[in-house]
Design a protein around this ligand. Structure first.
Ligand SMILES: Cc1ncc(COP(=O)(O)O)c(C=O)c1O
Length: 440
C-alpha cells in the first residue's frame, strides 16, 4: 500500500532493517501451542478472563486469547524500542514486508475473495460509515433498512442520507417473535423495495434479539430486483455482519452481498479497535472516500499533484494516518487461533451451547424467549425476558447472586441477553439455566 519510505530514511533503513525484530519467534511459539486447542478446557485457558465470573458477553468486546496477547506484546515492544524504524519497516518498507497487506490477505483467506477488496477500519461502526457515506447516492434516492438494526447502522444511514439529499426508511421484518419464517423475512425486504430504493441495509445476526437473517436468500431477492434495472440504478445490498463473523461459516462472500462491515474485536477475538469493510471491486469503484485513505496510489497522486488515477479501490477507504498499529499487525494471530481450533468446530460448539440454553429457557413458563430456536434463524446470541422483572433486574440478579455476566440489549425495546462462546462450557449453561429457573 503506502511507500512513504521514498521520502524517509531509505538509507537508514537499508542499514538497520535487520535490527527490527520480525515477531517470528512469537509466531513459532503460537504454532507450537496449536495442538492443545483440541480440548475446550485448553481453549478456555488461552483467555485471561476472571475465573470468578461466568462470562457471557464475549460478543460485546473480546478478551484477547494468549496468541493475540503475545503478538500484540511483541509488536508493542518493537514500537516502544524504536517507533520510527518499526513503522518504516512494517508500513513503508518493501511490499513483501508490508504488514497491512498481509492482514488483508489473511482476512481474505478466511472470508474468500481478495485482500485487495478489504479496507481496514477501527470497528464495525467505521466500516458502516465508510460504506454508506461512500455509495453514489443522489437526491431522491432511498436507503431501505429495518427496525431491528443497531444504533450505529441507523446513524450511518441517516448521516449518509442527509449528506446526499437522499431519504431512508425502516421496515419491520416480522410482527411477532412467535411466527418468524425465513420466507417472510425475505419477502418483506423484496416487497419493500421501491423504484427509488438504491440501497438495502440489514444485519446478519441481530444483537436486539439473536435472530439470524437468511442473507443468501436476501441477496438473491435483491439480485432479482436488479435484473429489471439499468446498472446505474441497481440496488446495493449492505450487511452489518459483526455477530455472524467468527460464529457462522467463514466464507462470508458466498452469501452474495455487495458490501459488509465487521468488527474483529468480538467473536473472532482480534485486537480491540480493529475491523474491516469489504465490498465488491465494482462497488468500491463507484464509491467516494470520505477521508484520506491508507494507499500508496493516493500518496503518489498527491505527491505528483495529480488526481488519483483509475477507479477507487478498497485501500482508498482504509482510514489513513497513524493508528494503534500493533493492534492491526496482531490481527492475523486471531485468525490463526480460529483456524487452529477449526471454524467448523467453533460453529458447532457455539450452536450446541446456545441451543442448550434456548431449549432450557423454552421449557420455563416464567420466561419469554425471543430468539428463534431454529438453527437457520439463530446463532450465538440469546434474548429473553423473565415475566414480572425488567431486563435490567434480570441482568443484575444474575450478576449479584450468581456472578454471571449478562447484558441488556441496547435498543428501544430491550431484552436480557446471553451469548455463549467457545470460552464457555455446558456446565456454565446449566448454572445459568438454574439461576434463571430460580427467578420465579
Ligand atoms: C449489530 C451491531 N452492529 C454494530 C455494532 C458496533 O460494533 P463496533 O463496536 O465494532 O463498531 C454492534 C455492537 O456490538 C452491534 O451489536
Amino acid at each position: 500500500m503506502l511507500s512513504r519510505r521514498n521520502f524517509l530514511l531509505t538509507s537508514a533503513l537499508a542499514a538497520g532493517a535487520g535490527a527490527v525484530p520480525t515477531g517470528l519467534a512469537a509466531e513459532k511459539k503460537r504454532r507450537a501451542g496449536a495442538d492443545d486447542l483440541r480440548d475446550w478446557g485448553a481453549v478456555r485457558r488461552q483467555f485471561d478472563l476472571d475465573p470468578r465470573y461466568i462470562h457471557l458477553s464475549g460478543f460485546y468486546l473480546t478478551s484477547h486469547p494468549r496468541p493475540v496477547r503475545e503478538a500484540l506484546e511483541s509488536y508493542r515492544q518493537q514500537l516502544e524500542a524504536n517507533p520510527l524504524h518499526t513503522v518504516e519497516h512494517l508500513m513503508f518498507g518493501s511490499p513483501q514486508d508490508h504488514v497491512l497487506t498481509k492482514v488483508c490477505n489473511t482476512i481474505a483467506s478466511y472470508i474468500g475473495g481478495s485482500g485487495d477488496d478489504i479496507a481496514l477500519t477501527q470497528n464495525t461502526t467505521t466500516g458502516l460509515a465508510v460504506i454508506y457515506q461512500g455509495l453514489p447516492l443522489k437526491p431522491g434516492d432511498e436507503i431501505l433498512t429495518t427496525t431491528h438494526d443497531h444504533y450505529v447502522h441507523h446513524e450511518s444511514i441517516r448521516l449518509a442520507a442527509e449528506r446526499h439529499g437522499a431519504t431512508w426508511r425502516k421496515i419491520p421484518l416480522f410482527d411477532s417473535y412467535d411466527a418468524i419464517s425465513a420466507d417472510e423475512l425475505v419477502e418483506r425486504i423484496q416487497k419493500a423495495i421501491r423504484p427509488e430504493t438504491r440501497v438495502v441495509g440489514v444485519t446478519w445476526v441481530h444483537s436486539s434479539s439473536g435472530l439470524k437473517l437468511p442473507i443468501r436468500r436476501m441477496s438473491d431477492a435483491v439480485a432479482e430486483v436488479n435484473r429489471g434495472r439499468a446498472p446505474e440504478r441497481r440496488v446495493f445490498f449492505v450487511v452489518d455482519a459483526v455477530h455472524g463473523f467468527g460464529v457462522e461459516e467463514p466464507d462470508l462472500l458466498t452469501m452474495g452481498m455487495d458490501a459488509l462491515a465487521v468488527g474483529t474485536h468480538k467473536w473472532i477475538f482480534g485486537p480491540r479497535g480493529t475491523g474491516f469493510a469489504w465490498a465488491r471491486p465494482e462497488v468500491w469503484s463507484v464509491m467516494k472516500p470520505m477521508m484520506p485513505g491508507n494507499s500508496a496510489a493516493l500518496f503518489s497522486a498527491w505527491a505528483g499533484e495529480k488526481p488519483p488515477a483509475g477507479p477507487a479501490r478498497a485501500a482508498w477507504f482504509s482510514p489513513g494516518g497513524f493508528q494503534a498499529f500493533e493492534h492491526y499487525w496482531a490481527l492475523p494471530a486471531a485468525f490463526e487461533f480460529h483456524r487452529a481450533i477449526g471454524p467448523a468446530r467453533i460453529t458447532e460448539r457455539i450452536r450446541e451451547l446456545n441451543t442448550q440454553m434456548r431449549e432450557g429457557l423454552a421449557k420455563m413458563p416464567h420466561v419469554v424467549l425471543y430468539t428463534p430456536r431454529a438453527k437457520e434463524l439463530s446463532s450465538g446470541i440469546t434474548c429473553f425476558d423473565v415475566k414480572g422483572m425488567t431486563q435490567r433486574q434480570v441482568v443484575q440478579r444474575l450478576l449479584e447472586r450468581h456472578k454471571i455476566l449478562a447484558t441488556t440489549s441496547p435498543y428501544p425495546v430491550s431484552y436480557a441477553r446471553l451469548a455463549f462462546g467457545i470460552q464457555n462450557t455446558p456446565e456454565e449453561v446449566e448454572k445459568t439455566l438454574a439461576a434463571i429457573r430460580a427467578m420465579t
